[in-house]
Design a binder for this molecule. Structure first.
Ligand code: ASP
Ligand code: MG
Length: 424
């Protein structure tokens, strides 16, 4: 079997759903598990419903109406016959959502969040499943809340692999069948809906592939595949045809929004290839992430990580920075949950590029000031060039003024200071 995943952008309107049917038609004779996200920006909109509801504000009603109207418009476009059963299915889910919101707010925000937000995927899959059936593409609609079992860590639920594998294998028995499954959602032992973290549908696709020993996973996107840099940031980007699992994890680590490592890991374990392809050009092969050589073509990869702060820590008495200081500094980072992306030491100071977190960074600075001198600058940007060549590096560095630069045989990283408040 193959696992396909279609994200929110691919089902943002009626034509998106039609396009999915066209793609599935190219795979008529294959067993498919089709994982679908909520339509367009529905998850964001449902998050707003949760906030209104949880704070006792009546606006949840108008927000929910907006979401309903958006889906009804897609329905009317796809199913001119308003007696079609799909209208009832979709209206029923909105009825359930209204019921939830009319009852007394539960005290656990994250539980309420998952209960409400999970409906985005229920609705989108109802629509996709009905449309595919009408297009002659028989399929079975599955409820991920009965199959993807998790713990109770609402909003960031962790998968119970053994249980999930048993349930998925029971539900998906026909290797040449066609199944529709919601991304992003599951349930705990009490069948309370849970979610796997925002953008979690890719992960669901990987879970299904792992549990079913699928041949491959294909993520259909609005880009041709994985590029060697974000085209919104870098010029002359090229498509990467192949990336090894380890290389993909490395790229993600440095901040590339390739594919989340969480999605890669189960696939890497079983050697199941992951394809990233364009739903706009479904005949092109896109990018394949699999075991093998790290990159094809072997080109430098450029990664920008914004929202950095540059923090220098030095001893108050100009003593050398030694292990004892460093362990104290890192323990403080750990205490405030601050991620260090780059570190550089000199005799009496250490400099760090850290994720700027407006809540925790001020607490971190207060704590460090008790024992060290610090300078601090917000608005820094960290660039990483992986697999650089001397020529590529020269070109990349032209006109830049790095505050820090670090080079290994494989990567070059620089931090540039942009405008932003600083503290000395
Ligand atoms: N609909 C969910 C989200 O927007 C999951 C996903 O899109 O992958 O976060
Ligand atoms: Mg989404």
């Amino acid at each position: 079997m193959k696992v396909f995943k279609f994200g929110g952008a691919s089902v943002k309107d009626a034509n998106g759903v039609r396009n999915i049917a066209e793609i599935i038609k190219l795979y008529q004779n294959e067993g498919l598990v089709i994982v679908v996200s909520a339509m367009g920006k529905t998850t964001n909109a449902l998050e707003e419903v949760v906030q209104h509801y949880f704070n006792g504000r009546e606006q949840w009603k108008s927000k929910l109406d907006e979401i309903r109207n958006y889906h009804l418009e897609i329905l009317r476009n796809l199913f001119p016959n308003n007696q079609h059963i799909v209208y009832e299915e979709v209206e029923h889910t909105f009825y359930q959502l209204r019921l939830i919101c009319q009852t007394q707010a539960e005290s656990d925000y994250n539980l309420v969040y998952d209960r409400i937000v999970s409906y985005g995927e229920i609705i989108s899959t109802r629509i996709v499943s009905a449309y595919l059936s009408d297009a002659g593409l028989d399929n079975l609609w599955l409820d991920a809340r009965k199959l993807i079992k998790t713990d109770q860590n609402f909003r960031f639920a962790r998968v119970n692999w053994n249980f999930t594998e048993i349930l998925l294998r029971q539900a998906i028995r026909n290797p040449s069948g066609r199944y529709i499954l919601q991304g992003f959602i599951g349930s705990d032992d009490n069948y309370h809906a849970t979610t796997l973290g925002r953008e979690g549908s890719d992960y669901t696709a990987a879970i299904a592939a792992y549990c079913l020993n699928a041949d491959s996973v294909t993520i259909w996107k609005d880009v041709p595949g994985v590029l060697n840099g974000d085209p919104k940031v870098f010029d002359n980007t090229v498509l990467l045809n192949k990336i090894s699992f380890s290389e993909a994890i490395e790229l993600a680590y440095y901040g590339a929004s390739v594919i989340h490592p969480k999605t890669i890991q189960p696939l890497k374990q079983k050697g199941i290839p992951l394809m990233v392809r364009s739903f706009l050009n479904p005949t092109q092969s896109g990018t394949t992430i699999e075991n093998g050589s790290s990159l094809e073509p072997m080109v430098p990869c450029y990664i920008q990580k914004s929202n950095q702060a540059l923090l220098s820590v030095s001893t108050t008495d100009l003593a050398f920075i030694v292990e004892e200081h460093l362990s104290q500094i890192y323990a403080t980072f750990h205490r405030y949950g601050i991620r260090v992306n780059l570190a550089q030491n000199s005799a009496t100071s250490s400099t760090f590029s850290i994720n700027h977190d407006p809540v925790n960074v001020p607490l971190l600075l207060e704590a460090l000031k008790k024992n060290f001198l610090i300078t601090y600058h917000e608005g820094a940007v960290l660039y990483t060039v992986r697999h650089y060549t001397p020529a590529a590096l020269e070109e990349f560095l032209r006109g830049r003024n790095p505050a820090i630069r670090q080079t290994t045989p494989i990567i070059c990283q620089i931090v540039e200071l942009k405008t932003g408040p600083s503290l000395n």
